[in-house]
Write a protein that binds this ligand. Structure first.
Ligand SMILES: [Zn+2]
Length: 305
């Protein structure tokens, strides 16, 4: 290396570190509980915050076991955002243990949850209308936490909400091509109730709103009977769950596996469901496409009389 190369290779910041730190004040540190929520927060925050997720891509937040590094991350956080509705059963204890004393924003605040007795269905992000409430709750929290960036955050929230509204119309159009009485699907856990309510889908699942327990033999047999009676048209595996349960239902009922749905987590960066918008679009295209294919197959299999 000659003298000129050596000079070029010398890091400039080393000469004036005080100036660098003065120009770049510490960014707002936001921790979201799971990957889908982290993506929504990132969209709203833009460069107003560094956003990280406790539960990562393709991971199951229902049965998450926090790591020591999560405690450190929370201890350094300025803002924590969770889904609520009982989704993250482990978060309260984790936050308490970490010593974090800042606000914990519940993104689903203000929606009307689906209920079964006293239990709440936590998967409200599967509704693009509820997601707009998530965006608004996140926007309000970010504006409070970073008032200097409030205008930017407000503009980003408005632009992102417009994209949610647009995608909702696209989803509605995708299902319009499937007769309502044929919009029947099965997924491995009951994560798509809000999507079903939005677009008139009937859903069945061997597991309930959580993934922490497998069905008993009797429950499984009852489900198989129900699938046969209801002539459910398409089955789906999920990115966060073991696919064997759904594959067994397919074997026993002759229903077809129509693809992979993303229920409670994004896919890895660079893959098909690596953002909330891409996740919803993928799920809706996969479901509506499989239902259309099953309808076509059923029509061509009908014997001519
Ligand atoms: Zn779930």
């Amino acid at each position: 290396m000659n003298r000129r190369q050596l000079l070029l290779a010398t890091p400039v910041v080393a000469a004036a570190p005080w100036r660098v730190s003065a120009q770049a004040p510490r960014k707002l540190q936001v921790v979201a509980s799971f990957s889908i929520l982290a993506d929504i927060v990132r969209e709203v925050a833009g460069d107003a915050a560094d956003v990280s997720s406790l539960v990562g891509a393709n991971a199951d937040a229902h049965v998450y076991e926090p790591r020591p590094s999560d405690l450190q991350r929370l201890a350094r956080a300025d803002l924590v955002v969770v889904n609520g509705l009982g989704f993250e059963g482990w978060i309260e204890r984790l936050v308490r243990t970490s010593g974090y004393r800042g606000p914990v924003v519940v993104a689903s605040d203000g929606i009307t949850p689906r209920r079964l007795g006293r239990a709440l269905d936590p998967h409200a992000w599967q509704s693009l209308v509820h997601a707009q409430r998530y965006v608004d709750n996140v926007r309000a929290a970010l504006e409070r936490a970073a008032p200097a960036q409030a205008a930017q955050v407000r503009a980003r929230a408005a632009a992102y909400t417009a994209r949610l509204v647009e995608l909702d119309a696209e989803c509605r159009a995708a299902f319009d091509t499937v007769p309502r009485e044929r919009r029947r699907i099965i997924s491995s856990h009951d994560a798509f109730g809000y999507l079903g309510d939005a677009y008139g889908l009937t859903l069945l699942a061997p597991r309930g709103w959580s993934t922490d327990a497998d069905p008993s033999a009797a429950e499984f047999a009852a489900l198989i009977r129900q699938v046969r009676q209801q002539q459910a048209l398409a089955l789906f595996v999920e990115n966060i769950s073991d696919r064997r349960l759904v594959e067994r239902i397919a074997q026993e009922t002759g229903a077809r596996v129509g693809g992979t749905l993303y229920s409670d987590a994004l896919s890895l960066p660079g893959t098909e469901a690596d953002s909330y918008l891409r996740l919803v679009r993928h799920n809706v295209q996969t479901i509506s496409g499989a239902l259309r294919a099953a309808l076509t197959a059923a029509a061509s299999a009908t014997p001519l009389r």
